[in-house]
Every structure is written in C-alpha cells, then in structure tokens.
Design a protein around this ligand. Structure first.
Ligand code: WT7
Length: 662
C-alpha cells in the first residue's frame, strides 16, 4: 500500500471492526459482552477479581479477603491471607495437566542456527536446580537477587528459581552501563547477582561480567556472583565469590525436585526499577498474588490466548513488558512463549518476519519504534515470509502513531488482523487500557477502553472535573496488578496518590466523544526513548557532575524513529570553551554512566538558561525550541532576561543546520 493510500485511509477516520474468524472461540466476543463484564466488575469488584484469581491460578490456601485496604495509607493488599507460589503456577501445575511435554519456551539465539526449546518438564528441572543452588548460597525468602543478563533462557530460569524459593528478583536491563547497574544493586541490596560473561550484540560479544567487577567493589551486599557462559569470553572469576552457572547445573548433589516455598499473596515477587522524577531510580515492588493474577488475566483477555497459540513478545525481559508478557502471564496460562536474543535489523531487517514464519507465531507483541524502523526499510522484507500464522498484533511502550498502526495492520496483519494498542506502566503490572481483539472496534492511534474493573479517568489539574481537552490520566480504584510499594521509599509511593487521592499515572490523556482514550504522553519530567522511560533529572545530574559543566537542562525532542530523543542544554563553568571535543566527552559520560539509550541526540552549549526571577529554569521554553518551535512561548514576563531566548534559538538553529552554535 502506498503512503498516499495510508494517508487517505487515515483521513477517512475509519474504525476497524474485529475479525469474524476466531470470534466464536474468543474469550470475549463482542463489545456488548465487554460492557456487561465491566458492569459486573463495577458493581462487585471483589466478586469479579476473586473469580478471576480462582479460575486462573492454583492457590495453596484461599484468601480471607479479596481486597484489604487502608485507603489513608493507600495500602492495598490483594487476596489477603491467600498462599501460592508463582513458579508453581508457571511450571509445576502444568506437569500434571497434559502440558508436561509442551514447549514452554522457544529461544531463538542471535545466530539463526542457535535455537533452544524447553518443555515444561525441562524448565522444571533447571529451575529446581538453580533454586537449590541459590538456596545453598544461602539465599532465603525475601532476599534480593539481581539479574544482569542477556536475553537467554537462563534469565527466565533465574527469575522462576527466585520465585520458587521466595527470593525477590530484580532484573537490570543488560544495556545499562555502570551507574545504572550500581544504583540498582545498591538500592536493592542484592545478596547474589546472576550475570553472563557477555551479551551478543550484532555478532559481537558485549561484556557484562567485566562491567560488573568494578561495580561490585561498591556493592558490599553482594556475596556471590553466578556467571552464565554465553559467549566463551575470558572473565575474571574470584574464587571465593564467583561461580559458573553450568557448574551448578552439573552438581548432582543439588536437588532436581526442589520444593517451592508457600508464599503469602502479599509477599513481594519482584522489584523492578523505573526512572523516577528524581535522579534516583524507583524500585517498583510487585506482590505475588495480585500481580500474577493480573498478569494471567490480562494475557488471556487482551491477547485472547488459546492453548495452542505460539506467542511472541519482543520486549527485553529487563523491562516490565518482558516480565508480564514473556514470562509470568504466558507461563501461568501454560502457553508457549518465544524469546529472541537479537535485534530486528541484524544481520538483515527481516529477523522478526523470519522468526514468525519459523515458529508459526500466532500472537506478536512489539513496540511502535520497532514498527517504524521496519516500515522505513520497506515492505519487500515482509513479503518474503509466510506470516499467515499471525492472528493478533499488539503494541506497547508509547502512543502508536496512526501511520505505523496502518502499516502494521496492512503489511503484517494482511489488512485484517486487529492491532491492539496496550497502555500501561511498570507500576500497573499489566495492561490497563487496551482493546480486546474480537470485541473492540479499533481507532488507529487510540488504546481504546479501560479493561473491565479498571476505573480510568481523565481529570484536570485541580482533580475535580473531567476535562474535554485532556488532562491527567488517573485510576480511581485499586486493581490486582498495581504496585505494592516503592522499595525503601514509602514517601515516593505515597506521592503517586497524594495529588488526586487516586493513582496518578503521570501521563496525559484525552477521551473522545465515543469514550476512546488517547494517550498524549508524559506530563512529568520523563522522556520516552524507543518505548523506554528515562528520567531527565538523572541525565541532568550526570552532565552536571562533569567538572566543566555549570548547569544542564534536559528535554525531549520529537524523533521519527524513537518517538522522542534527548536534547540537552548545557552551560559551562567560567571560561570553559565550547568545543566539539567537550560535546563528545559529555555524550560519552552519559553513555558510560546510564547507558546508550540515554545518550543525548543533541547537546547545545548556551551562555545562560532561561530562568524565572527566582532562578528556576523554564523548561517549557527549552522544550519548544528543541521541538523546532521558535515562537509562542506563552507568558514571557516570568523570564528574568528575555534576550536569553534569542541566543538559544539562534544556537539551536545553527546546530540543526550542522554549524556550531555560535
Ligand atoms: C510509560 C510507562 C508498559 C510497558 C512499557 C513501558 C508510555 C506505554 C503506551 C501506549 C501510550 C504508552 C506511557 C507510560 N506508554 N505504553 N500503549 N500508549 N503511551 O513501561 O517504562 O513503565 O513506561 O510508557 O508514557 O507512562 P514504563
């Protein structure tokens, strides 16, 4: 389909009805059915969530109370008094249900020839071995285990092994650099770190263990490091601290039937750090019972998961999407989940389509940034493959622009598959606003409606009235997937609720005349680069720590592929000269400290920042300039020195046209 055709379709503002084929066996078959379920969930939330928890999970002991709330403290305990184990739910119970020899996990390595497949029985054995090994390393219920690992099956095995013994896993994205890894290990006070010698990136090993070694000197909590051999790299092994993963698997003294710990529904299952509004990452905590119920529940309904589906979520397990929709949701349902080690465009931009064909993937869940980059290389790459196994397409991470939505549906979804945009966050545990594939009429670019039982609303700044133009997206009632707290930081947890007396997402949204939700992006100081949330203040503090930098202000800049990219304004100390060498050095500092994702796209040196009379940087204006808007700054009377903006605009223009700023 040509670009013009896509544009015409979009301007016609068509909505897209659900496919007929597949409807009769769908979990939710019509919009009327969806509405009826919503009404039931609204009238009797305890009944609704209790029924789902019972249908979807195996409980060692039933709960006394579906929801125990302390609204003053915004403390919500789901399935209070209930007992279960997440690993038992994701593995053990499938061994006796006829799924014993079903593929639980299909792993595609970066190299085409590297494929590994685990049945539920095989997963069980390895998870037990590692659980037993962790236990012999004195990891106990409630201890934290940090996972700094590439996209290999051992990562999923490690998560489930932690869950089995009641240890709290905290995954650290393998793309993070020193500062990101250190702050996360220190915040969680992990007792054990599991890592690999290296991660494979575009054919080359990228060291992980060597990165970790200097960090560990500043992490006294870590007693042991378990190392997976992924890439046959030389690593330094400290005999008293470091152990090879394969030595643990080969150790026949370790139990291959390691019992699982019976966990309270409100024991923490995992911690996952997300970028907060301050420089310090926020350790989001998820509880075993509520989270697992919500993961299984949303996986089943949003992706209409059937027992014979092959399901592929392309996210990295280091993010919440990988936790909920590659590991816990699909495995709790006894599905087959696909894991891919590589990237979409290496060695050629056909990797995704070849994997869909190779494993006959039925459900594909990916991110708008990936779609845009594959759209750019042209549909010839998609046409070589048989994508007819696909039934449902999903999207997550940022608002999907209607052009990308149309391309996804047309070229990957053969003009008929539902494209399900799913809005949610690390804190929400699972999808909150999302279409249902066989029930919802789709509007490209809208995440459509809140799922049953999710009381989403858009309010204006004072919280009172619902606003037409858009406003703050809040959730008024607790739901099982909601975070349990922020690790070691109860004030931070409260701050999510205090402004509106309800959960504040930090996103802006608008509801149209048909009740469809349109997500407008972050309202706080976060930037969304390729679907990953980064904190502007974290980047600012890394820049400002450089001896030649006086002040830094970081804002988002619209970017064709990444959605947003990072624009940094920097003032230097005294007479430090503006040089290309310093610009490069500053980019490297951020790359090395936080990670490549956080590298500024543009760094502009400025003589001074636009400030209020009280000395606060006016980021609103800097944001406009970065976006290429050089006028209409609104109220400029707050500006202490209005002429500052002219110099900044001139500098920005110069940079964007390839000249130095002055
Ligand atoms: C932020 C959460 C949810 C897993 C991936 C990111 C943005 C996410 C959408 C979507 C519009 C979206 C929001 C949200 N976001 N999905 N479908 N439409 N925006 O998790 O790192 O916790 O980031 O990502 O701004 O607040 P996260």
């Amino acid at each position: 389909m040509s670009q013009e055709r896509i544009t015409t379709l979009l301007t016609e503002q068509r909505s897209y009805v659900p496919p007929v084929h597949g409807k009769s066996t769908a979990w939710i078959r019509s919009h009327e059915e969806y509405e009826a379920i919503c009404r039931k969930a609204q009238e009797d939330p305890d009944g609704f969530w209790g029924t789902r928890a019972q249908q979807l999970l195996h409980w060692f002991r039933p709960w006394n109370q579906v929801l125990k709330s302390d609204p003053e403290a915004y403390k919500y305990e789901w399935f209070a008094g209930g007992r279960l184990n997440a690993a038992f739910n994701c593995i053990d119970r499938h061994l006796i249900s006829g799924r014993r020899n079903k593929a639980a996990l299909i792993w595609q390595g970066e190299r085409e020839s590297e494929v590994r497949c685990y049945t539920y029985q095989m997963l069980y054995t390895e998870v037990c071995r590692i659980a037993s090994a962790l236990s012999s390393l004195r990891v106990r219920k409630g201890d934290r285990v940090a996972l700094y690992m590439p996209m290999i099956p051992e990562l999923i095995i490690a998560m489930l092994a932690c869950a089995r013994i009641g240890a709290i896993h905290t995954t650290i994205f393998s793309g993070y650099a020193e500062g990101g890894v250190r702050s996360r290990i220190q915040d969680s006070k992990a007792k054990v770190v599991i890592t690999a010698d290296a991660a494979m990136r575009a054919g080359k090993p990228k060291p992980l263990k060597a990165n970790l070694d200097p960090i560990l000197e500043k992490c006294p909590s870590v007693a042991h490091v378990v190392v997976v051999n992924r890439a046959n790299q030389e690593v330094n092994m400290d005999r008293r601290r470091d152990i090879w993963w394969h030595d643990l698997l080969d150790d026949f003294t370790l139990d291959a039937d390691f019992p699982c710990e019976s966990m309270d529904a409100n024991d923490t299952l995992f911690l996952l750090h997300t970028s907060g509004s301050t420089g310090k990452p926020t350790g989001v905590m998820h509880a075993t019972g509520g989270y697992l119920t919500y993961a299984a529940h949303t996986t089943q309904w949003v992706f209409d998961m059937r027992d014979d589906d092959v399901y592929w979520c392309t996210a990295d397990v280091g993010w919440i999407t990988g936790h909920t929709y590659m590991v816990y949701g699909p495995l709790a349902l006894g599905a087959t989940t696909v894991m891919f080690e590589g990237v979409p465009n290496w060695p050629k931009p056909d990797r995704y389509w070849s994997i869909v064909e190779k494993f006959r993937v039925n459900i594909l869940y990916t991110a708008p940034t990936v779609i845009r980059s594959l759209m750019r290389v042209g549909e010839a790459w998609t046409e070589r493959y048989d994508l007819s196994s696909l039934r449902i397409l999903g999207s997550v991470g940022e608002p999907i622009n209607p052009e990308a939505w149309m391309w996804y549906r047309t070229h990957i979804g053969r003009d008929e598959l539902p494209v399900i945009d799913t809005w949610w966050q690390t804190e929400t545990g699972g999808a909150m606003i999302a279409a249902l594939p066989y029930a919802t009429k789709l509007k490209p670019g809208s995440a459509s409606f809140p799922l049953p039982g999710i009381d989403a609303a858009v309010v204006s700044g004072d919280g009172s009235e619902e606003s037409d133009e858009g406003g703050h997206l809040i959730i008024r009632r607790p739901w099982p997937g909601m975070m349990q707290g922020v690790y070691g930081n109860p004030e931070k947890y409260r701050s999510y609720f205090e402004r509106f007396g309800a959960y504040q997402s930090g996103d802006g949204a608008r509801v149209d005349e048909d009740g469809y939700f349109w997500i407008l992006g972050r309202i706080d100081d976060s930037i969304n680069v390729s679907g990953h949330r980064l904190s502007t203040s974290e980047i600012e503090s890394v820049l400002a720590a450089h001896p030649q930098v006086a002040e830094a202000a970081v804002v988002p800049m619209p970017h064709d592929l990444k959605g947003e990219s990072i624009y940094a304004y920097v003032t230097l100390v005294d007479d430090a000269p503006w040089s290309e060498a310093l610009r490069k050095e500053l980019r490297d500092v951020v790359r090395r400290d936080i990670g490549p994702l956080a590298t500024p796209e543009i760094i502009q040196f400025v003589g001074s920042m636009p400030k209020t009379c009280s000395g606060k940087i006016i980021r609103r204006m800097l944001r406009k300039v970065a976006a290429g808007v050089y006028e209409d700054f609104g109220d400029v009377t707050t500006l202490a020195h209005p002429e500052v903006m002219d110099a900044i605009i001139a500098g920005c223009r110069n940079l964007k046209e390839g000249r130095p700023e002055r």
